[in-house]
Structures are given as structure tokens and as C-alpha cells.
Ligand binder design. Structure first.
Ligand code: FAD
Length: 569
């Protein structure tokens, strides 16, 4: 019927999709529809409470994607969480708001994505943001910032929790990390991230609720007559019309919802924002991918792009924890972001050589593991660029989240830019069947060593004054399991037995030149199509040192402007 025809069909009402929906529907004369598998979580306490991290895990709003056996990481499967709700993963995430290092956004442009550099993206970080200036009480507890790094008028509220951890802590952490060569960083959101910091979160301080993509970008705008969301509805695949000038033309999306299977028609564009573990799957189900693989599943080929679903990059997360000698109240937002130099000290050049010498063989192995879907030379270029970021631009090497809560003081950490590369592939032409997800954690052996080296650095931090006076026994890993002088092999088996996904998958429909293994170009349009774009974490070509949402909001803001430019004269 006529009700199911819109100018823009956006698949996925998550973090990125709702930004695009909001901005495109600012054009009064176009219609925008969002297809979302989940439902409203506006009144879901697990979502709104600012101290509820983890409460929604394993509930109906968590996709809880399962990986393949992780053969380089102890063999077990991992759960990759993602939000299934209006608001997407921003409704279940940790709310940390940290952007990226300038050099790594500039690397997008250096890799061939014209216009995607820090200076061009920075105004969009600000456009999305509504910064909440810390109160005197919050400032005393460590909330600090540079005004020029923040936006005042955006939809997304960013600031510190109403109840922050006791004010005595920051000076103690600062002094301790100074001893380890890591200095205090007032505000990591200006493109220079190394240091110890007290970062803001995506929350509404006054109402004391999480500010997710739906609260920021959708609910206040839901009455726009040209904006509609269809929830509890799954997109299955893109529906194609006749090619135009050799390019594939999308005319709509096949969906499965309360009315069974139907087609929602798009008169202008289809925009995939289903997340980095779904958008590449939808492309494959729609005939965009590796021709051999699509053939196996009797899917007729629309555009042959062998790298769809390749370049999957996630981080691995481990934690150390200690008995606390005090009792801590409030929501902590302390993070240490040391550079490789700060972690490795005198051993830096040895470690750098180990990595450097392994890259060539490793690039070949990644290409082989992909069955030739990614080219060795392209992988090597990307790895080399990443090497340069770590060892020459000195971007942060690890994030160490410090969590003094109640009677314990724990930490979570991850190597920020692992070299391991994985993939996600469909296993059936039936959209309801799960894909094969393989992040290949620790496939690159030095990544495992890095995860061990950072653990040792953290243990050292907790035994350094004055922090050592606040903690007692080590609960995890515990000296009985991993003694003080334990060989690396013992640490490695601890890492492999306890790690989890850091839930930051990117790269599965990378924005890169087509001959470099890209799936979308700098306009985020899928190669070989006239009117299909991807706007979500899939297009981020290389892993970031910040948590992802801040950059995704900015990316989706900029993408919206690029799209609008085509339709406003
Ligand atoms: P999403 O926000 O996941 O949106 C995709 C949407 O598409 C979802 O709503 C989904 O339901 C929908 N969808 C999927 N398939 C279909 C389909 N077939 N049909 C219709 N709809 C579909 N980042 C931070 O910045 N700070 C943090 O502290 C932080 N912590 C995290 C903690 C956890 C547990 C997790 C899982 C992630 C965390 N992240 C954090 C990462 C960040 O939240 C995500 O990277 C980001 O939200 C992803 O945004 P996206 O737009 O790519 O996809």
C-alpha cells in the first residue's frame, strides 16, 4: 500500500541510525522510516539507571551474538553483546564518552577517504553534544574539561554522574600513575588521549538517567510527521530494481514483522545502520559480497565485493581486582590511557621490532584465512599504518578502567589497537539463521603478549604508592594463580581463560578505496550501488582508541550532511 513507501528507509534504529533519521527528517519534504528489530526501552529500568551496567545483558534487548570457537584464544566461544532496542547498543553500553586520537582519524583520509580527517570530524563531535558543565562538587571530584572541546547545543547529553566517587581518589591515582610515567590529562576529548583522566559519560545529570541515542535523537522528535519508526520488525534483505548505468538500484527492504513478510519501499535511498555484526550480513543476504560464497548459498550476485564482512576488529578485555581498604560510593569514571612507551619503557624497541618483523607473515596469514577475500598487500598497508600510530604517533596503547566500588577496587583493560583481524559470514540465505562470527582474538601472537604486558603494568600500578595503601589482597588473577615471578606462559593462559569481547567490533564494511578492500567510499555509498549506504560501526576502517559511540555520533552527523547535500538545492 501507499503507507509503506518512503524516501529514505533506514535499517536499524540504533546509535547511528537514529542520528541519520533525525537529521534527514529535518528536510520537511522527505519521508523517513526506521526499521528496528527491537522495541522501546524508554521505561526499561535496566536501561535508564546510570548505575545499571550489565543489568540488560542476557535479557531480550541483548542480541548476545555468539562467535565461532576462538582457536588462538583458548578455544571457547565468546558472546558479543549488542542492543536490540530503539536506541541500539547505546541503551546497554557503559556510557563512557571518549573520542579518538587525532592521528587515527587523520589516518582515514591518508588511507584514501577524502574529507575524513580530524579537523572535518571535530565540528560534528560538537554538533552532536550537549555538554553539561560540571558543578563545583563534581569539579572537586575530578571532573575537568576544556570548553573549546565541547558542544552546547547538540541532542546528546554528555557529563559526569550526579554521584561521583570520593574526591580523595584522583590525587592518589594521579601520584601513582606519575610514578609510572603517565601524567594527568584534563580532557581526552580534544584528540590527544594519552594520560590519566576522569572522562564524562553519556547521561542526563539532572534526571540521573542514561542518555542513549533514542533519548537524544528520537523521542523528542517522534512527532515529526515525516519520521516514522517501525519496531519489532526485522529487515531481511534489500529489494533491487533495474540497474542504472551499471549500478545496482535498491527499491526497498524486505522485512518480517507483525504482518508477516512485506516490502517497505524506498524512493530515494536505503541506509543500513544495523551495526557492525548485522549490516555486513544484510549486504551478503542482498547479494553484495564474495561471489563464491554467495553462490554456495544460492544468492544471486548483485555486486562482487569480496571484503564484505572481512576486517572485523575487536579488542579483548581482561580484569584485575583487589580488596579495597576503604568503602567507595559513586560511579567512577577514571581511566588510564598509557602509550606503548609508558608501558614498555626500555623494552619498547624490542617489542616494536617483534611486531614489525611479524607483520609481513601475518598479513599473508590473514589473507589466507580469508581465502583470498582480502589481499595481502592491503592488509599489510593497514597493519603498517597501525604500527605507525602506536610506535611513531604514540597513540594510547591500552585503556585501563579503574573501578573503586564498595569494598573492592577492580580494573578492566584492553589493548586498544590489536592487529588481529577476523570476519563475519552468512551461513545460509535464510535471514533468521545466525552468521559465523570470528573475531580471531589473539591470532597475532604479539597481541597476546601485549595483553599480558598490560596486566603486569596494572599489577605494578596497584603495588605502587600511594595506590598500594588503598588495596589489600589481589582477588584476580590472584598471586596463587599467577605468582609475582610467573613466566609469560602462565599469564597467557590466564588471559585466554578469562578474557571477553570488549564489544567494540568495527571494520566489517570498511570505508576504503575499493581496490584497497573497501566496501563503501567516502560518501558511505556501497560500491556498485546507486543508493545504498552503510552508516554505523561497520564503516570505521581501523579500530579506535576511544570508546565508539562519540565517534559514531559524529560520523553519522557528518554522513547526514553528506546525504542531505544531494537532496537540498
Ligand atoms: P547499534 O547501536 O547496535 O544499532 C544497530 C541497530 O540495528 C540495533 O538497534 C539493532 O536492534 C538493529 N538491527 C540489527 N539488525 C536488524 C535487522 N535485521 N532489522 C532491523 N533492525 C536491526 N561505546 C561507548 O562509546 N562507550 C561505552 O562505554 C561502551 N560500552 C559498551 C558496552 C557494551 C556491553 C557494548 C555491547 C558496547 C559498548 N560500547 C561502548 C560500544 C558502542 O555502544 C557501540 O559500538 C555502538 O553503540 C554501535 O552503534 P551502531 O550504530 O554501529 O549499532
Amino acid at each position: 500500500g501507499t503507507g509503506s513507501r518512503y524516501d529514505f528507509v533506514i535499517v536499524g534504529g540504533g546509535t547511528s541510525g537514529l542520528v541519520v533519521a533525525n537529521r534527514l527528517s529535518e528536510m520537511r519534504d522527505v519521508t523517513v522510516v526506521v526499521i528496528e528489530a527491537g522495541d522501546s526501552v524508554l521505561n526499561n529500568y535496566n536501561v535508564s539507571t546510570t548505575t545499571g551496567y550489565g543489568l540488560s545483558f542476557g535479557t531480550s534487548i541483548d542480541w548476545a551474538y555468539q562467535t565461532e570457537d576462538q582457536i588462538y584464544a583458548g578455544g571457547s566461544k565468546q558472546t558479543m553483546r549488542a542492543g536490540k532496542a530503539i536506541g541500539g547498543t547505546s541503551t546497554i553500553n557503559g556510557m563512557s564518552y571518549t573520542r579518538a586520537q587525532k592521528a587515527q582519524i587523520d589516518a582515514w583520509e591518508k588511507a584514501g577517504n577524502k574529507g575524513w580527517n580530524w579537523n572535518n570530524l571535530f565540528p560534528y563531535y560538537l554538533k552532536s553534544e550537549q555538554f553539561q558543565v560540571p558543578t563545583a562538587e563534581q569539579a572537586a571530584r575530578g571532573a575537568d574539561y576544556y570548553k573549546s572541546y565541547h558542544g552546547d547545543h547538540g541532542p546528546l547529553k554528555v557529563g559526569w554522574p550526579k554521584a561521583m566517587t570520593n574526591s580523595s581518589l584522583l590525587p592518589i591515582l594521579d601520584e601513582t600513575f606519575q610514578h609510572l610515567g603517565v601524567s594527568y590529562n584534563r580532557d581526552v576529548n580534544g584528540g590527544s588521549m594519552v594520560g590519566l583522566t576522569v572522562h564524562p559519560d553519556t547521561l542526563d545529570r539532572e534526571s540521573n538517567v542514561r542518555h542513549d541515542a533514542a533519548r537524544a535523537y528520537f523521542w523528542p522528535y517522534e512527532n515529526r510527521s515525516n519520521l516514522k519508526i517501525i519496531s519489532n520488525t526485522y529487515a531481511n534483505r534489500i529489494v533491487w530494481g533495474d540497474d542504472s548505468d551499471g549500478d545496482a538500484v535498491a527499491i526497498g527492504v524486505e522485512v518480517a514483522g507483525v504482518n508477516g513478510i512485506e516490502i517497505i519501499y524506498a524512493t530515494k535511498e536505503v541506509i543500513l545502520s544495523a551495526g557492525s555484526l548485522k549490516s555486513p550480513v544484510l549486504l551478503q543476504l542482498s547479494g553484495i559480497g564474495n561471489s563464491d560464497r554467495l553462490n554456495q548459498h544460492d544468492i544471486s550476485l548483485k555486486v562482487n565485493i569480496s571484503s564484505v564482512g572481512e576486517n572485523l576488529q575487536d579488542q579483548a578485555n581482561n580484569g584485575l581486582s583487589y580488596e579495597g581498604k576503604e568503602f567507595w560510593l559513586g560511579l567512577p569514571t577514571f581511566s588510564a590511557l598509557p602509550s606503548a612507551e609508558q608501558i614498555y619503557g626500555n623494552e619498547l624497541s624490542d617489542f616494536a621490532s617483534t611486531v614489525s618483523e611479524s607483520l609481513g607473515d601475518y598479513a599473508r596469514n590473514v589473507s589466507i584465512a580469508s581465502n583470498g577475500a582480502v589481499e595481502e598487500a592491503n592488509v599489510l598497508d593497514a597493519l603498517q599504518m597501525q604500527y605507525d600510530l602506536i610506535f611513531e604517533s604514540h597513540v594510547p596503547f591500552a585503556e585501563i578502567v579503574l573501578l573503586p566500588i564498595g569494598h573492592s577496587f577492580s580494573s578492566e583493560y584492553w589493548q586498544l589497537l590489536p592487529f588481529s583481524r577476523g570476519r563475519i559470514h552468512i551461513q545460509s540465505s535464510d535471514a533468521s539463521q545466525p552468521p559465523a562470527i570470528n573475531p580471531s582474538y589473539f591470532m597475532f601472537q604479539p597481541d597476546l603478549k601485549a595483553q599480558v604486558d598490560v596486566a603486569q603494568f596494572i599489577r605494578k600500578a596497584f603495588s605502587t604508592a600511594p595506590l598500594n595503601r588503598l588495596v589489600g589482597e589481589e582477588f584476580a588473577p590472584g598471586v596463587e594463580h599467577v605468582p609475582e615471578d610467573a613466566p609469560d606462559a602462565v599469564w597467557e593462559s590466564w588471559v585466554k581463560s578469562k578474557y571477553r569481547s570488549n564489544f567494540h567490533p568495527v571494520g566489517t564494511a570498511s570505508m576504503l578505496p575499493r581496490d584497497k578492500g573497501g566496501v563503501v567510499g567516502p560518501d558511505l555509498r556501497v560500491y556498485g550501488t546507486k543508493n545504498v549506504r552503510v552508516v554505523d560501526a561497520s564503516v570505521v576502517p581501523f579500530q579506535l582508541c576511544g570508546h565508539l559511540t562519540s565517534t559514531l555520533y559524529a560520523l553519522a552527523e557528518r554522513a547526514s550532511d553528506l546525504i542531505k547535500r544531494r537532496y537540498i538545492f
